[in-house]
Design a protein around this ligand. Structure first.
Ligand code: OVM
Length: 396
């Protein structure tokens, strides 16, 4: 194909009810349509193959984030909230924000959280085992992160019920202004105000990750207002994502008894099991970039000023890159997946996310004999996140 040939066009709508109900059934068509595809519904380009998605993530000068990482182009539409100074920023602003957040989330503070996280996971799994019949989402995937993450950041107890609605809003807001968006924004003002207030220094504990961010404001690395926005990033990105990934873990383990058995006999596979879950059922399915100039890919071109949807969930199952991509295998080398993104914007909280995921997997592997579906899982539908609202389970 000549590199200036028009891109193939697809009428697939990645926000239609059919697509959101089962994105994986559309991914193959999107990958096969070409390395980059025009989506006629939204006038954006979509990339679903691993090589192209990864190349875009590794070229932030061409594929920028400062015009928003959702469908909306901040150069044309006003964002729903002041932009994130890390997610929705390019270097040099991004570089500065990233240094502060990665320090606050550094190995030292993660290592100090590990004992409490592991103890909590053991205790919770022990309690659930006594009950036997549980909802894997409410009772474990939600209960665990909610019982460790807000404390680690240093958020007040009162009003924490706003955290999940805020995450739902933020991840729906990366898509179009559809019914899902409208529904999650019903109490937007109250929820967003509560979040903004909790990001202020005086509302945070003095020994949490939030306080570690504000310590950088004292050193002049960021302004106090910027420190507040970085705390907001943690509260936006740090809960739904881990909840969905623990939910996906339970879904995968309940559906693949052979993999569960493998994990039981080899608990050291906890880490690679969680990595494989993020490849196989990527909670964050889509993020956009915007081209700053004409992009010449391998056999195709994307014009400047184009919104480009990077389909992480599809890239993570691209047979051009993965052997038997639709096969869930906890002992495969799934590192290199783009479920945490890749490059300068790769998830800055991934160590804490892994700590949470692995703590749950290890607690399950050491205490639970069997984990079985006790009813039909119910999907939770969101413009960006793929996951479950309920997974009835029986633990023995
Ligand atoms: C943010 C942020 C970062 C990553 C993901 C995300 C809503 C948000 O900086 O607010 O998802």
């Amino acid at each position: 194909m000549a590199s200036n040939a028009p891109l193939p066009v697809s009428a697939i709508d990645p926000y239609s009810p059919e697509y959101l109900a089962d994105p994986y059934s559309f991914h193959e068509a999107l990958r096969e349509a070409g390395p980059a595809v025009w989506l006629s519904t939204y006038d954006v380009v979509l990339m679903a193959r691993y090589a192209e998605v990864r190349a875009a993530l590794e070229d932030p000068a061409t594929f920028c984030s400062s015009r928003g990482v959702g469908l909306s182009d901040f150069a044309k539409e006003e964002p729903w909230r002041p932009p994130s100074i890390i997610l929705e920023a390019d270097p040099p602003l991004h570089t500065r924000s990233r240094a502060v957040l990665s320090d606050a989330l550094s190995k030292v503070s993660i290592a100090s959280l590990a004992p409490a996280f592991e103890a909590r996971a053991e205790q919770l799994v022990g309690d659930l085992l006594e009950r036997g019949s549980i909802d894997g989402i409410k009772d474990l995937a939600e209960a665990f992160p909610l019982s460790v993450f807000p404390d680690a950041v240093g958020v007040v107890e009162e009003g924490r019920e706003n955290l999940l609605p805020y995450g739902d809003m933020a991840f729906n807001a990366f898509g179009p202004r559809n019914a899902l968006f409208e529904k999650s924004f019903e109490n937007a003002q109250m929820v967003a105000e509560w979040i903004a207030t909790q990001c202020e220094r005086q509302h945070l504990s003095d020994d949490g990750i939030g306080a570690a961010i504000y310590a950088h404001a004292d050193r002049g690395d960021v302004s106090p207002a910027e420190a507040g926005l970085l705390v907001r990033s943690l509260l936006t990105a740090g809960l739904d994502t881990t909840i969905f990934s623990i939910g996906a873990t339970l879904f995968c383990l309940a559906h693949h008894p052979d993999q569960w058995e493998k994990l039981k006999t080899e608990p050291r596979l906890a880490r690679s099991a969680f990595t494989e879950v993020l490849r196989f059922l990527s909670p964050a399915q889509n993020f956009y970039r915007t081209t700053t100039c004409l992009y010449r890919g391998d056999g195709f071109e994307i014009p400047a000023d184009t919104k480009v949807l990077l389909c992480l969930g599809a890239a993570n199952r691209d047979p051009r890159h993965w052997d038997a991509p639709d096969h869930f295998d906890i002992s495969r080398r799934a590192t290199g997946h783009v479920g945490f993104g890749y490059g300068i914007h790769a998830c800055v909280g991934q160590q804490i996310a892994r700590l949470e995921g692995e703590a749950v997997i290890k607690a399950l592997a050491s205490r639970v004999a069997t984990i079985e579906l006790a009813g039909e899982p119910v999907r939770r539908i969101n413009n960006t996140l793929y996951g479950y609202d309920s997974i009835p389970l029986r633990l023995t």
